[in-house]
Design a protein around this ligand. Structure first.
Ligand SMILES: *[C@@H]1O[C@H](CO)[C@@H](O)[C@H](O)[C@H]1NC(C)=O
Ligand SMILES: *[C@@H]1O[C@H](CO)[C@@H](O)[C@H](O)[C@H]1NC(C)=O
Ligand SMILES: *[C@@H]1O[C@H](CO)[C@@H](O)[C@H](O)[C@H]1NC(C)=O
Ligand SMILES: *[C@@H]1O[C@H](CO)[C@@H](O)[C@H](O)[C@H]1NC(C)=O
Ligand SMILES: *[C@@H]1O[C@H](CO)[C@@H](O)[C@H](O)[C@H]1NC(C)=O
Ligand SMILES: *[C@@H]1O[C@H](CO)[C@@H](O)[C@H](O)[C@H]1NC(C)=O
Length: 577
């Protein structure tokens, strides 16, 4: 399996990755429940209202057991003849858990027994909130009835700095909770902050997801003000519960937190809402489709601010967990270089996993190289610039970035070209993002592309930085010749480019390799490119130069190049003479 990292870094990274997966244990305080049978209007026993309320309860219970609802569901049961028998209701799990089916069932039992014939009621507990009413309340922001709960313990210490920490915690939670996609399932934030070496505060804020950003912000602000100035003033913990939003802080950890702690703000800036992406791509319309690859389909999109993006909608077979996925995205998004396509963010909602990249204007290298109509559009000067750009991009991945990433699937369709024909490598780290779960069970998965895979990788699954060097060599020879390494004619495999190039080189006829559509005279620069290409595709990985050496060859014309050995012609399974 490729995807990944120099082996020497592997164990460090694996440790790092797993670090995110192991949650610190959650401390549980005594379970909290508060209900309010919002008194006055009552319904009569055996009325349609009662029947409808029963239906509502059973719908909510069953929807709560369905994970695809992401911890929230609202529904209305209408009276067919009597509109006054219409009842609306919802449940919402606390944002940090996906399934609160048990809590919803318990809450409904409590409402049934405690709220008798009330037309309206609400119940809050640690894990969920359930509410129903004869009014249609989904779109309204409501702060009544409310409930305040405070810790019995005062904060012992300088209150001013405590309040300052609390205030900034609340601000961060408010930003997190209100920034989430307005049409998304969840609007919430969690955060841990440090008061002193061994003292922390854990905060949580959540809005009902069908409220807009303004209403969510207003509700949370009111709740936070109430919490800080009266409800839990000077206390080590407290919460304010409104029908439309919830705010809480406590000195102990009540939500699962990745051990590495605060990555959340960075993560939020990378997270796109599904509705934003749907809108940007015209609901993933075929007209927006710009590519199809092993990992998924790529669409062109435009954000409301006019920013163009490329959207990679990943295939739905990844079993990878949310936190692993996000952490991989975070790592890869940190890789920024002029010759790499920039990963701008991700979207993960419902069953979707989507990656959002900068949009690169002039398609990919294969579009030019292998299409007789387009070949002429690439001059030698541009091709040379592209080759050198690829070198810089790979060198950064291998040696200059903090990840020391091996690309493993370098090929012309992964070399994109921007508006000034600057090369940008795409799909780096993708195997890591998508397939990290496969890593645990199956190390035999090979994700390279036929024709660009080195022999040791294709046949033995062994990969190293030299795997990329091999692919780079193939690409260089393709750029010079305008021919694909592996080509099929009527089902017969013709001589592959590597054998052909080697023979021409050996026979001192390297000039015959040059793409005729270039109409460029053979030069020392071209000869050097062919020689470097051949050095890179040598059978023995140890004999192939490193990317740093290749960069040196390009930067230093006077440097003598070694003589290439005959490449390995593994693709036909027979050795050519
Ligand atoms: C869960 O919900 C989804 C979407 O609403 C639905 O397709 C699926 O059948 C439900 N599953 C169960 C077990 O109710
Ligand atoms: C949930 O509430 C929204 C309003 O926010 C409404 O448009 C939608 O129809 C409701 N869903 C159901 C199943 O009633
Ligand atoms: C925001 O809340 C107000 C007050 O409840 C309500 O009138 C309005 O419709 C809400 N807007 C949205 C988009 O939820
Ligand atoms: C229930 O809500 C009503 C209306 O907001 C309020 O007046 C009453 O005090 C609440 N009762 C309880 C027990 O919280
Ligand atoms: C590359 O993109 C620029 C700007 O979009 C355009 O003007 C130019 O014609 C393109 N070049 C090729 C070779 O397609
Ligand atoms: C590992 O991957 C190979 C190739 O895809 C597959 O044939 C094999 O069944 C997989 N093994 C496991 C244990 O998943």
């Amino acid at each position: 399996m490729c995807s990944l990292i120099h082996s020497k870094f592997f164990s460090i990274l694996l440790f790092y990755t797993l670090g995110f997966l192991i949650f610190s244990p959650t401390q549980t305080a005594s379970t909290f429940t508060h209900f309010n049978c919002t008194s006055k209007p009552k319904f009569t026993p055996k009325s349609t209202y009662q029947t409808n309320l029963k239906k509502l309860f059973s719908t909510l219970s069953s929807k709560a057991s369905n994970n695809t609802n992401h911890g929230f569901y609202n529904t209305t049961v209408r009276g067919t003849t009597n509109t006054r028998a219409t009842v609306s209701g919802l449940f919402m799990c606390s944002g940090y858990i996906d399934n609160c089916a048990e809590c919803v069932r318990k809450s409904i039992r409590t409402l049934k027994t405690k709220c008798g014939f009330n037309k309206e009621a609400i119940i809050w507990s640690d894990e969920c909130m359930v509410r129903y009413s004869n009014r249609f309340f989904f779109n309204t922001m409501e702060e009544k009835p409310s409930w305040c709960m405070q810790s019995t313990e005062d904060y012992h210490g300088p209150l001013e700095s405590f309040n300052e920490i609390l205030r900034s915690l609340m601000e961060d939670l408010l930003t997190q909770a209100s920034e989430t996609d307005p049409l998304g399932y969840k609007k919430f934030g969690v955060k841990k902050v440090t008061i002193s070496e061994d003292k922390h505060l854990f905060g949580f804020a959540q809005c009902i997801p069908n409220m807009n950003k303004n209403n969510c912000t207003t509700c949370l602000r009111d709740a936070m003000t109430h919490l800080q100035t009266s409800c839990a003033r000077g206390k080590i913990g407290g919460r304010v519960l409104y029908p439309s939003c919830i705010v809480r802080y406590d000195p102990y950890q009540f939500f699962p937190l990745p051990r590495d702690g605060e990555i959340t703000t960075e993560m939020n800036s990378l997270q796109f809402g599904l509705s934003t992406i749907q809108e940007a791509t015209n609901k993933f319309s075929d007209d927006n489709k710009i590519g199809e690859g092993g990992f998924g389909t790529v669409y062109k999109g435009m954000l409301p601010n006019g920013h163009e993006i490329a959207v990679k909608r990943l295939k739905r077979n990844s079993r990878q967990g949310a936190i692993e996925f996000k952490n991989e995205v975070l790592l890869i998004a940190k890789l920024q270089h002029r010759n790499l396509v920039r990963l701008l963010g991700f979207c993960m909602e419902r069953t979707e996993k989507i990656l959002i990249y900068e949009f690169v204007h002039n398609k990919s290298l294969d579009y030019y190289l292998f299409n007789p109509k387009n070949q002429k559009k690439l001059t030698w000067a541009e091709r040379y610039k592209i080759i050198r750009g690829i070198v810089r991009g790979i060198l950064y991945l291998h040696e200059d970035s903090h990840l020391n990433l091996i690309h493993c699937d370098l090929k012309p369709s992964n070399i994109l070209l921007d508006s000034i024909m600057n090369a940008k490598i795409s799909d780096f780290g993708l195997a890591r993002i998508v397939a990290i779960d496969q890593m645990q069970g199956n190390t035999s998965i090979i994700s390279g592309t036929y024709g660009y895979m080195s022999p040791e990788y294709a046949m033995l699954g062994q990969f190293s930085v030299k795997t990329d060097v091999f692919s780079f060599g193939v690409i260089v020879l393709e750029i010079v010749s305008g021919k694909r390494n592996v080509d099929f004619h009527g089902g017969d495999l013709i001589d592959d480019l590597l054998s052909y190039a080697w023979k021409k080189w050996r026979d001192n006829k390297a000039f015959e390799l040059l793409d005729p559509s270039l109409k460029h005279s053979f030069s020392e620069e071209i000869r050097r490119c062919i020689q470097i290409g051949l050095l890179c595709v040598q059978g023995n990985p140890d004999q192939r130069p490193s990317m740093a050496t290749i960069a040196l060859y390009f930067n230093c014309d006077s440097l003598d190049l070694p003589s290439p050995q005959e490449p390995a012609f593994f693709m036909h399974g027979i050795k050519h003479g």
